[in-house]
Ligand binder design. Structure first.
Ligand code: GDP
Length: 309
């Protein structure tokens, strides 16, 4: 992939796509193709065909997706399954039709069974029932992996799939209810501090365990894998360590400067009890994350303050 390669970063305005774009630009890639949702609706089959026919990209990072936290996944499940399946089918099929050399598909750690042994190995895929709060999204992402594998099997396409753990960082969605836990709590703690509130209520029991990866580290892993990984099997991207939601809430409170009480609303869902990826395959390729949570949260909070104005 030389620096003049024509690369389509699908979803360049989102958390992941924007980080991949920054990573490529920092490396000197200057022939990137990007489209906003208004310019190209990736769920529209004809529009995606017309786009690939006109632009003929050589490489694709497929980071476009309908995403959201535990509440959004549950509430908008029809949109989550429909839009993600359509995006994947349209982009992956057109990549084949119009001769894309290599495509990297981004999935999610929620593809694994709810009660998969921890840490979750790549081989755990399709060995048990999914967590119900994100089943729609998970089914769509599993289909994306399978699309890449079947296009490889039948047509010899070099399409690879990566499964990131829970992500956070600049460009996140800070919606008070539809976001993931880190951006959601950054906003809630910040607003509580501003309003001088004595208490912040978080969802669930606080006991589930999650692993968090800074999005610039994910973008770096995707870039490296695009250069060196050429296998049908998907590959996990994470840090290899997790913590309780209580612990992350305490860290976010400290980052934002909220010193009041943290209460837990156990009428809200916990989701899957633990989500920790086995990253030995990735470590075996020589890649490790660089940004620790404390530092990453500080950057994320600065990003929030800039955009919240
Ligand atoms: P998940 O990893 O798919 O479950 O996605 P989330 O990031 O949305 O949620 C992770 C965990 O954080 C769940 O156990 C939530 O119940 C818990 N949580 C606590 N407070 C919040 C909040 O304000 N927003 C979100 N999204 N999750 C929260």
């Amino acid at each position: 992939m030389d620096t003049s390669a024509k690369i389509f970063v699908a979803g360049h305005l989102g958390l992941v796509g924007s980080a991949i774009r920054r990573r490529l630009e920092a490396q000197g890639y200057h022939n990137l193709i990007v489209r906003s949702y208004e310019e190209l609706d990736l769920t529209n089959q004809q529009a995606v065909h017309d786009f690939f026919a006109a632009e003929q990209p050589q490489y694709v990072f497929l980071a476009a997706a309908k995403v959201g936290g535990i509440r959004a996944n549950d509430l908008y499940s029809a949109q989550f399954i429909y839009e993600n399946l359509m995006i994947e089918c349209n982009v992956i099929n057109c990549a084949w039709r119009y001769g894309v050399k290599k495509l990297l598909f981004l999935g999610s750690s929620c593809i694994y069974p709810k009660l998969a042994p921890q840490p979750m190995k790549e081989e755990s895929l399709l060995t048990g029932l999914l967590e119900s709060t994100n089943e729609a999204y998970a089914i769509a992402k599993i289909s994306g992996i399978k699309l890449c594998q079947m296009y490889r099997k039948q047509y010899g396409c070099n399409y690879i799939s990566v499964m990131p753990t829970n992500l956070y960082g600049p460009g996140d969605n800070y919606h008070p209810e539809d976001s993931h836990v880190i951006p959601g709590l950054i906003r809630r703690f910040h607003e509580a501090k501003k309003q001088g509130l004595a208490e912040v209520v978080c969802w669930g029991t606080g006991s589930p365990r999650r692993e968090f990866l800074y999005v610039n580290d994910l973008a770096d892993a995707c870039f490296q894998l695009m250069l060196l990984y050429n296998e049908a099997d998907h590959i996990n991207i994470g840090t290899g360590t997790d913590m309780t939601i209580r612990e992350i809430a305490d860290m976010i409170a400290a980052t934002t400067g909220f010193s009041g009480r943290i209460a837990w609303d156990s009428s809200k869902p916990d989701g899957t009890p633990q989500k920790l990826l086995d990253v030995s395959k990735l470590h075996g390729l020589g890649w490790h994350h660089k940004t620790e949570l404390k530092e990453g949260l500080k950057i994320a909070y600065e990003d929030f303050l800039k955009r919240y104005q």
